[in-house]
Design a protein around this ligand. Structure first.
Ligand code: F6P
Length: 368
């Protein structure tokens, strides 16, 4: 009887609980034992029944509409060290778990793939130091790992959408709609900072969906001379047309062409000094990760959770780790390492100011 565990890791996102529910129920549906590892990799390192819990069908009842992750998440320093991964491996073997679904962003999934690659040497060391017996090792010579991408940033290469991105976008536009009425009443400007780390997906789509005057994205870094002129001309033009509000969206990772951060304060000062606009800053912060998942994320999380279990059941020791993603509305499997590597190259290309490369990498197709 196969034992499949799921954990959620890194920053939470709306729809992670729905993904846990789908994995647990699909595993049970296929006759497997389902486990949830609480508190992400931290729980895997700590081990024991407090952190690694067997899940029944009814344990995840109602989780489809829950926000965040019901099994907790953490950014775990111990798992970054080999000793931590060794303990985590021992805890998995002790529980008899042979497959792991990790729901998280690129950092969490990189950790997952590293864990899988190291698995044989971890087993060897555990055996040598007598922390496990050869009896316990039987059937655990390989660890199957499958990733489902949960992140509000939508920054993972190959997949069109990550679990939580559309819910977060929804949260942002709802907040900007609230800001609109007060901005309009006072004829004010608002500079709204949104999350996304090094990725401008949330800022771009929020800009379109709220008819913002201007949006700053990490992927479109311009020299101060250029963006200042553009921003002022556009905002002034809209004001002359009778618009009583000005909304500028700033991605938290926005930078200029010399990689200097473009902060909401810089933008505000310019609007005040050059256009005389009464300007306020709103940093949306963690409301963007809060609340329940929109329909799209519930469906995405469910489809990915179902396929993650199927992928585990179909995998052999020779198959690489996959992430379950979505391409043109179809659930797809992509090699985990390829996706992580492209995602990291995109961040690198942005840092090196090579925006065309970043864009083409982001659009790249899986090479198989
Ligand atoms: O990766 C998700 C994210 O929400 C980013 O958009 C943001 O930069 C970061 O996590 C915030 O992290 P924390 O919750 O640890 O402050």
């Amino acid at each position: 009887r196969k034992k499949i565990a799921i954990l959620t890791s890194g920053g939470d996102s709306q729809g992670m609980s729905a993904c846990v529910r789908a994995v647990v129920r699909t595993a049970i549906h296929y006759g497997c034992d389902a486990f949830a590892v609480y508190e992400g990799y931290e729980g895997l390192v700590r081990g024991g029944s407090e952190y690694i819990r067997k899940m029944a069908w009814e344990d995840v009842r109602g989780w489809l509409s829950e926000g965040g992750t019901k099994i907790g998440t953490a950014r775990c320093a111990a798992f970054r060290e080999r000793e931590g991964r060794l303990t985590a491996a021992m805890n998995l073997v002790t529980e008899g778990i042979d497959a792991l679904v990790v729901c998280g962003g690129d950092g969490s999934l990189t950790g997952a793939d590293r864990f899988r690659q190291e698995w044989p040497s971890l087993m060897e060391e555990l055996l040598k130091t007598r922390r496990i017996t050869s009896e316990q090792l039987k059937g655990h010579e390989h660890l199957t790992i499958v990733g489902t991408v949960g992140s509000i940033d939508n920054d993972m290469a190959l997949t069109d959408s990550t679990i939580g991105a559309y819910s977060s976008l929804d949260r942002i536009i709802e907040m900007v709609d609230y800001i609109d009425s007060t901005a309009m009443s006072h004829s004010r400007a608002f500079v709204v900072e949104v999350m996304g780390r090094h990725c401008g997906w949330l800022a771009l789509l929020a800009g379109i969906a709220t008819e913002a005057d201007y949006a700053f994205l990490p992927e479109r870094a311009k020299s101060p001379l250029v963006w200042e002129k553009e921003l002022l001309e556009i905002c002034e033009h809209h004001r002359k047309q009778g618009k009583r509000k000005t909304v500028v969206i700033v991605a938290e990772g926005a930078i200029d062409n010399e990689l200097k951060p473009i902060t909401p304060e810089i933008v505000k000062d310019l609007l005040v000094e050059k256009l005389g606009l009464d300007t306020r800053i709103t940093t949306l912060g963690h409301v963007q990760r809060g609340g329940t998942a929109v329909a799209f994320d519930r469906i995405l999380a469910t489809m990915q959770g179902v396929d993650a279990v199927r992928c585990i059941l179909e995998s052999t020791p020779a198959t690489p780790s996959y992430i379950i993603g979505v391409k043109e509305n179809n659930v797809c499997r992509f090699p985990l390492m390829e996706s992580v590597q492209i995602t990291q190259s995109v961040a690198e290309a942005i840092k090196n100011h090579d925006f065309d490369l970043a864009m083409s990498l982001r659009d790249s197709e899986f090479s198989d």
